[in-house]
Design a protein around this ligand. Structure first.
Ligand SMILES: Cc1cc2c(cc1C)N(C[C@H](O)[C@H](O)[C@H](O)COP(=O)(O)OP(=O)(O)OC[C@H]1O[C@@H](n3cnc4c(N)ncnc43)[C@H](O)[C@@H]1O)c1[nH]c(=O)[nH]c(=O)c1N2
Ligand SMILES: CCCCCCC(=O)C(=O)O
Ligand SMILES: [Mn+2]
Length: 520
């Protein structure tokens, strides 16, 4: 027998998805249904809120539906082959693959718009795919449906060198953009480590090592072309607009940054560029304790040094790197530094930071200016994910990602280290510490599910600790499917409800990346 709550749930869901088109349902009823669905998602009505079952959705991706997709984008741009679906059913994280029913390779914004409309009309899930380097299962097709791969839209639309901005299509990666604009003397410095698509970086609000100087995606996106669930195409700051500042109404740009494919598909982004620095100086320095290394970071930031990168690796990370790359770097909590500017400003920054580090017992400074030497000095940071993964043969990396106000960072990292010891867990700590952001890189062997359970519990404890210390459960990787249950704790029930209202307004049929961000 079918359970009653499920019947009600399905009724509400299907009413919601159709109410805009139902002649007989007046505005008041529509409002009531929406409200009931919102409450049900909080369990207030006693009705469990869930999206449509995978089975019901999969049934909608019929041969006829696939033919409709082909008629929009061309036969060669739709695939239902298992290998292609598999490649699009997971990102670079530990989350198990969940297959879409079909993969569509869009070649233009018109394709994206028509595919969105078709999916919306048929209530079929639609998952935007950038370059698949995400770390919270953002592209997993939790309810099946269509994976919309927009990586082949690779035009750089314009570069306004005199205004330090450019506009790119969804498939352009940050590496490709930087090669393209190298001759202008400009670059796009936001660097998540992977060669992610710029629009995917907008979608996750990515940052990485350079954010301490240049900001995250939030501070660097001026405008975006977005396709809504029903196929409408809009520019978040107005078509062709690219001013540095605007006070014109709601900030739609910032609403779509970090929306993780749940509000719309970003097909173009206008972003800020920066001059390639005249001088670059890199350094590594080691400390007797984590506290002293992190105290150094806090003091450097508090002194207002415009440092370009300040990355922390604990002794376990350095040890993992030495083993992996056959190096003999001093096994101690260490800071990896980079300074950008004119030769004289770099020298000035160096002097201040050296003095602060020495006051905190920093030693064995190593410096490098030429590119090869700088890369060798930073090799441990560049290879750390692989080095940590190699600690457990056959493992995959699992990364935590908390961020706290900088003055709380020393206490949070020290407590995290104690928790790791107590739990007897192998997990080197690596951090973009200038932003108060750090990760533990756990190597996870999937043949031992109990190890994953223990690591997940530790990750949750860290997130709770960070929130208690006025921080966030994710500084840069996003909520995806990995942190859905933590969102309410972070933003409160009122914040979560407001987010659900926004989601329902932009995507009333819940087709865009269902199952992500919101608690299940
Ligand atoms: C080795 C390594 C190291 C790092 C990282 C990854 C890896 C593999 N990352 C994570 C990752 O690079 C980052 O999240 C990127 O922004 C993901 O961009 P993709 O294009 O790969 O998006 P991907 O295809 O993985 O999608 C991610 C999410 O965004 C959505 N999406 C993608 N493109 C979209 C579009 N055009 N419109 C709407 N939604 C879209 C997807 O639906 C999904 O929910 C990271 N990150 C970070 O911030 N700091 C870091 O230090 C690192 N470091
Ligand atoms: C594939 C695992 C990547 C781990 C985290 C990457 C990251 O954020 C970093 O700073 O490095
Ligand atoms: Mn990171």
């Amino acid at each position: 027998m079918r359970d009653m709550s499920m019947t009600l749930d399905l009724t509400l869901t299907s009413l919601l998805s159709n109410c805009d088109r139902l002649q007989g349902v007046n505005m008041f009823s529509q409002k009531f249904i929406r409200h009931a669905l919102l409450l049900s998602s909080r369990g207030k009505s006693g009705i469990r809120c869930r999206f449509r079952s995978t089975q019901a959705i999969a049934e909608k991706v019929t041969d006829g539906f696939v033919e409709d997709l082909r008629s929009i984008v061309g036969k060669a741009n739709v695939s239902t082959a298992e290998a292609v679906r598999d490649q699009h059913g997971h990102d670079e994280s530990y989350h198990e693959t969940t297959l879409p029913d079909a993969v569509v390779f869009a070649q233009s914004v018109e394709h994206v718009s028509k595919v969105a409309k078709l999916c919306n009309d048929n209530v079929v899930p639609l998952i935007p795919f950038g370059s698949g380097t995400g770390l919270e299962g953002g592209i997993n097709a939790l309810k099946g449906g269509v994976c919309l791969d927009i990586s082949q839209m690779k035009n750089v639309i314009e570069v306004n060198a005199e205004d330090f901005d450019c506009t790119v299509e969804s498939g352009v990666t940050r590496g490709e953009l930087n090669s393209y604009i190298r001759d202008t003397g400009l670059n796009f410095p936001v660097d998540p480590g992977a060669d992610a698509s710029v629009c995917g970086m907008c979608a996750t609000s990515a940052s990485g090592t350079n954010a301490v100087r240049y900001g995250t995606m939030r501070e660097n996106v001026l405008n975006m072309e977005v396709v809504l669930a029903d196929g409408t195409v809009l520019w978040t700051a107005g078509k062709n607009k690219r001013s540095r500042k605007t006070s014109a109404g709601y900030n739609l740009t910032n609403l779509f940054v970090g929306s993780e494919g749940t509000l719309g598909i970003i097909t173009k982004a206008t972003i800020r560029l920066y001059g390639i620095p005249e001088a670059t100086l890199s350094a590594v320095v080691h400390f007797p304790s984590i506290q002293e290394a992190v105290d150094t970071t806090v003091q450097v930031m508090q002194c207002g040094v415009p440092i370009a990168r300040i990355e922390f690796l604990d002794e376990a990370a350095i040890d993992a790197f030495n083993k992996y790359s056959k190096f003999d770097m001093k096994v101690a909590p260490s800071l990896f530094l980079e300074f950008h500017g004119s030769p004289s400003s770099v020298e000035e920054q160096k002097e201040v930071v050296e003095e602060i580090a020495k006051m905190n017992n920093g030693s064995n400074f190593k410096w490098a200016t030429n590119a090869d030497e700088r890369n060798r000095l930073w090799k441990a940071r560049h290879e750390i994910v692989y080095a940590c993964t190699a600690l457990v043969p056959g493992s995959k990396p699992y990364s935590t990602d908390v961020c706290v106000p900088i003055s709380n960072l020393p206490a949070v990292i020290v407590q995290t280290k104690e928790m790791l010891k107590k739990e007897n867990l192998v997990g080197p700590i690596v951090g973009h510490v200038g932003d108060g952001n750090f990760h533990i890189f756990f190597p996870v062997d999937h043949d031992h599910p109990e190890a994953l359970t223990k690591i997940k519990a530790m990750s949750e404890k860290m997130s709770l600790l960070a929130m208690e210390m006025h921080g966030t459960c994710t500084g840069e990787h996003g909520i995806g499917m990995g942190k859905r249950e933590l969102l309410e704790k972070e933003v409160g029930i009122e914040g979560l409800r407001a987010m659900q209202i926004v989601k329902n307004a932009f995507d009333p049929n819940q087709i865009l990346n269902p199952g992500k961000i919101f608690p299940v």
